[in-house]
Design a protein around this ligand. Structure first.
Ligand SMILES: [Zn+2]
Length: 328
């Protein structure tokens, strides 16, 4: 059975809102929903520009709703961690009273059978509002707005910035060949695969030759040398974003394995200061001891399995000027 690894990338995102969206967000903290006039239309949420012509719109705001009519909807039976509600709900286009465009938001309807095109809904406000579209917790059935929990009132200052965490989770299958590479690393072996057609050698358990579209199996496995030369490198100065654990500049290097065309990319270095890293340094693989915890993840770039990095051998530098052209 195929093994999967789950990886989540999360990063903070901050943007200035500008005069129009800022006004909309500030009004949300006051439990008011604003649109903007565009000729005979009222656009909600308000935009700075006419979506049809790109012409700048006058800041002619109109309060709409708070109730509105469902124009179309889709039921979400199994909400994910990123959805606004933890139980089944609908995403709906809601035409707020007085608006000519629909607003996309969640409707907490209890069940799909409670919704139809034309259903009347009203906002359920959060008690604590920060100037974000989620200040509306969800829309509920009926004409009457609600507040969830104690009402902490509007923002004391106009809302000008918005922050949120962007997050995406990947669920990747791990190729059998990659698992074998990790297994071999525990015996301090660097496993490669040689293509029977073009004779190219691949490391990291790729499992196929991308040039010939040939699947590579156990019969194509070869042991690779555990010594090589740095052909390229990147020095990373860590930015202290949330979740960053590195504080000092560090290197990631590309290692050309001796006697092969195989280059391992983005490898960590050990006992080699970032300021001393240069093209031509001779290095040898460093393996975790059997007692150490190792990363069982997929072998795609970086250290993997029991291979934890590369350490200088102390040999003289490799001075071939063509080394810098060996990137991959
Ligand atoms: Zn090939």
């Amino acid at each position: 059975m195929t093994r999967f690894v789950e990886s989540t990338i999360t990063f903070p995102y901050k943007r200035s809102l500008g005069p129009v969206v800022g006004m909309f967000m500030t009004a949300l903290t006051e439990q008011r929903i604003l649109g903007i006039r565009n000729g005979t239309d009222v656009i909600v949420p308000p935009m700075e520009w006419d979506p049809a012509t790109g012409a700048e719109l006058a800041h002619d705001f109109v309060e709409v709703g708070p109730a509105g009519t469902v124009e179309s909807w889709t039921w979400v039976p199994k909400p994910s961690a990123q959805h606004p509600l933890t139980h089944p709900f609908a995403f709906a286009f809601i035409r707020l009273d007085g608006a000519t465009t629909p607003l996309l938001h969640a409707v907490d309807a209890g069940s799909a059978s409670a919704l139809s095109v034309g259903t009347r809904v009203a906002p359920r406000w959060k008690g604590t509002r920060i100037g974000h579209i989620t200040d509306i917790d969800a829309f509920v059935l009926g004409e009457t707005p609600e507040v969830a929990g104690p009402d902490h009132g509007p923002s004391e200052t106009p809302v000008s910035m918005m922050e949120y965490q962007a997050s995406i989770t990947y669920n990747n299958p791990v190729p059998v060949a990659a698992d074998r590479v990790v297994e071999a690393s525990k015996a301090q072996r660097l496993l490669g695969q040689v293509c029977p057609v073009c004779a190219r050698v691949y490391a990291g358990g790729r499992g196929y030759c991308p040039i010939d579209a040939v699947e590579l199996g156990t019969e194509h496995e070869v042991d690779l040398p555990d010594k090589g030369t740095i052909t390229n490198y990147a020095l990373v100065t860590p930015v202290q974003y949330p979740g960053q654990t590195e504080t000092e500049p560090f290197a990631r290097v590309f290692v050309l394995l001796d006697g092969t065309d195989v280059i391992l990319s983005y490898q960590p270095v050990i006992e080699l200061a970032a300021s001393d890293v240069h093209v031509g340094v001779r290095v040898a693989a460093v393996w975790a001891s059997p007692a150490e915890d190792i990363d069982e993840g997929a072998a795609m770039g970086g250290a993997y399995g029991a291979l934890i990095g590369w350490m200088p051998t102390g040999e003289p530098d490799h001075t071939d000027p063509d080394l810098v052209n060996r990137i991959f």
